[in-house]
Design a protein around this ligand. Structure first.
Ligand SMILES: [Zn+2]
Length: 152
């Protein structure tokens, strides 16, 4: 998986994940890309996301992307977030929460040591990147999930 900063003709910049650089080119060639803010299909790579340090180098602390002084989310944006939340809930409905065992279980399934099953759980930013680098089929959940043990 690779993340690109994309930009539409209006100047909206947004992030998108692709299986590879070729997958981006292919989707662009087939006009499958569109700006999530205005729907324009004329999008291209903006400045590349900063390169993550190579394995073994000093790693940045896990962080959360934040923005300040942003206008309050519009009704459209809220509706979009609700749609994403609904779609995500649908995906994890039949998935088992495995908490911190996520990375270990995802690797075991990839190695064929465990039956494949839909799981979701928590992992550090470092582990997540290692999983993606190793080609393990995982993806980040867009909406934070409350661990079942913390739900009331
Ligand atoms: Zn746009």
């Amino acid at each position: 998986m690779i993340v690109f900063d994309l930009k539409c003709t209006t100047g909206h910049v947004f992030e998108a994940w692709f299986a590879s650089s070729d997958a981006f080119q292919e989707q662009k060639a087939r006009n499958l890309l569109s700006c999530p803010m205005c729907g324009a299909s004329d999008v291209d790579k903006a400045v590349m996301a900063p390169n993550l340090p190579a394995k073994g180098n000093q790693r940045p602390e896990a962080g959360v992307n934040m923005v300040s002084d942003a206008p309050a989310p519009s009704a459209e944006m809220k509706a979009m977030m609700a749609k994403i939340a609904t779609a995500q809930a649908e995906i994890i409905k039949n998935s088992q929460w495995v908490g911190r065992d996520f990375a270990q279980q995802a690797r075991a399934m990839d190695a064929g040591e465990m039956d494949h099953a839909l799981i979701h759980g928590q992992t550090s930013a470092e582990e997540a990147r290692d999983l993606l680098e190793d080609g393990i089929s995982v993806m980040p959940l867009l909406i934070p999930v409350v661990p079942p043990e913390k739900q009331n």
